[in-house]
Write a protein that binds this ligand. Structure first.
Ligand SMILES: [Zn+2]
Length: 173
C-alpha cells in the first residue's frame, strides 16, 4: 500500500499525467491511501499494546504459579517432617509399651488386652475421685467400700464398664 502511494506520487510528480480528471483521481487516491495507512498504523499500535498487556499478564501469572508451587513444596516438606517426627514418637511409645508390658503378669496382660479390644482401645482406667475415668460413672458407697477393703495388688474392675480400675492417691478412697 505504501509502495502504491509512492508510485502514485512519482506519477504525479513526473508530469506524465496531464488530464485534469486523471490528476484529480490520482490525488484523491494518494489521500485515501494515506488515510488507510494511518488507520492501519492505529490498528498495529493497538495490537502491540494488547500484546504487551498480555505479556505482562503472562509474567504475572507465571510468578503466581511459582509462588503457589513454592508454598506447596514448603507444605509438603513440613508434612514430611511432621510424619517423620510422628513415626519417631510411635516407635518410642511402642518400645516403651513393650518394656512395661514385659513387667506385667501374663494373665493380667491377657485380661487387659481382651478389655482393650472390647472397650474401644481403653482396657484400664484411672479411679479418680471415686469416678471411673473409663465410663465416667461414680462408684456407689458399696463399691467404694469394696475397693477400700481390697488388697493393694488386687485387680479391681469397674462394675459398670468392666475395665480394670487403677488406684492412685487421688482416687478419693
Ligand atoms: Zn467404668
Amino acid at each position: 500500500m505504501r509502495q502504491r502511494a509512492v508510485r502514485d506520487q512519482q506519477r504525479l510528480d513526473s508530469g506524465a499525467v496531464t488530464s485534469p480528471k486523471d490528476l484529480e483521481n490520482l490525488q484523491r487516491e494518494i489521500v485515501s491511501l494515506a488515510k488507510r495507512q494511518g488507520d492501519l498504523e492505529d490498528v498495529v499500535l493497538e495490537v502491540m499494546e494488547r500484546r504487551e498487556s498480555a505479556q505482562e499478564r503472562v509474567a504475572e501469572l507465571t510468578e503466581r504459579v511459582s509462588s503457589v508451587e513454592a508454598k506447596a513444596d514448603d507444605a509438603a516438606a513440613r508434612r514430611d517432617a511432621a510424619l517423620e517426627e510422628f513415626d519417631g514418637q510411635v516407635a518410642a511409645v511402642t518400645k516403651e509399651r513393650e518394656l512395661i508390658a514385659a513387667s506385667v503378669p501374663a494373665d493380667l496382660l491377657k485380661l487387659y488386652e481382651k478389655l482393650r479390644v472390647q472397650q474401644g482401645g481403653v482396657g484400664a482406667a484411672r479411679l479418680f475421685r471415686r469416678r471411673c475415668e473409663g465410663c465416667q460413672l461414680e462408684l456407689n458407697i458399696t463399691e467404694v467400700n469394696e475397693v477400700r477393703a481390697a488388697a493393694p495388688d488386687a485387680v479391681l474392675r469397674c462394675e459398670n464398664c468392666r475395665r480394670i480400675l487403677v488406684r492412685t492417691s487421688e482416687s478419693g478412697l
